[in-house]
Design a protein around this ligand. Structure first.
Ligand code: PGA
Length: 253
């Protein structure tokens, strides 16, 4: 069966020593609790801290992922980080197509698709984000928007490649706003995404694909969200910066 995943996206937060302290606190907390054995925790720190966080590494606690990757293989792309570099650091996951990257850095579905290709070619599972903005939800266009993002970003893949993809549904109006999608809204969209995958790749691939919810997920709402049959975990921003909250969310399974 598909994995339960609780992934922390630190975004552009924390100094090196604050980051070090946070991982230490997460490790301490994880030693005190017993998580469901099917729950995988992932921490996605900024690039300069990847090695430090990996060094805490014991995959039985958490695995490490990046927040972004270049759409190019290698060469003269100042400031970029390639999938080959991430692979050489033995990272397992990388977030792609986060709404902040789409909005502030003009990432199109085609760029998202190119990044997904880079990651899969280097044995890294992409965590591909999709989600509508407020005006789109108000105009009841959320299904059309998410369908476009999923189809254009992913549906060029083979079924085997699709088996290595994680999807995160993050309604943009819920990210960092304190507003959360209701469990019904999340379930409805997750079931829709799974039906798109089933149509294209068959039920088996769809049933194996983890679909995470993101957007103001916190200890007080995680249980209700994760109780839905098609919600397989969360991509956590703000609450992943607090060890207690992050681990409490993982305990919600
Ligand atoms: P948030 O962010 O939990 O702070 O809303 C989620 C995300 O952007 O991944």
């Amino acid at each position: 069966m598909r994995k339960h995943i609780v992934a922390g996206n630190w975004k552009m937060n924390l100094t090196f020593s604050e980051a070090d302290e946070l991982v230490g606190a997460i490790m301490d907390k994880l030693e005190q609790v017993t998580l469901d054995p099917d729950t995988r925790m992932i921490i996605c720190p900024p690039f300069p801290y990847l090695e430090m966080v990996s060094d805490y590494g014991d995959d039985s606690y958490f695995t490490v992922g990046a927040q972004n990757v270049s759409d190019q293989e290698k060469g003269a792309y100042t400031g970029e980080v390639s999938a080959a570099m991430l692979e050489s650091m033995e990272l397992d996951y990388c977030i792609v197509g986060h709404s902040e990257r789409r909005a502030y850095y003009h990432e199109t579905d085609a760029i998202v698709a190119a990044k997904v290709n880079q990651l899969l070619a280097h044995n890294i599972s992409p965590i591909v984000c999709c989600g509508e903005v407020l005006e789109e939800r108000e105009a009841e266009r959320q299904f059309e928007v998410v369908k476009r993002q999923v189809v254009e970003g992913l549906f060029h893949l083979t079924a085997e490649q699709m088996g290595n993809v994680v999807i995160a549904y993050e309604p943009v109006w819920a990210i960092g706003t304190g507003k959360t999608a209701t469990p019904q809204q999340a379930q409805e969209m997750h079931a829709f995404i799974r039906s798109l995958i089933a149509e294209k790749y068959g039920k088996e691939v769809a049933d194996e694909t983890s679909i995470l919810y993101g957007g103001s997920c916190k200890p007080s709402n995680a249980k209700e969200l994760f109780a839905n049959p098609d919600v397989d975990g969360g991509l956590i921003g703000g609450a992943s910066l607090k060890a207690d909250d992050f681990v409490a969310i993982a305990e919600a399974f």
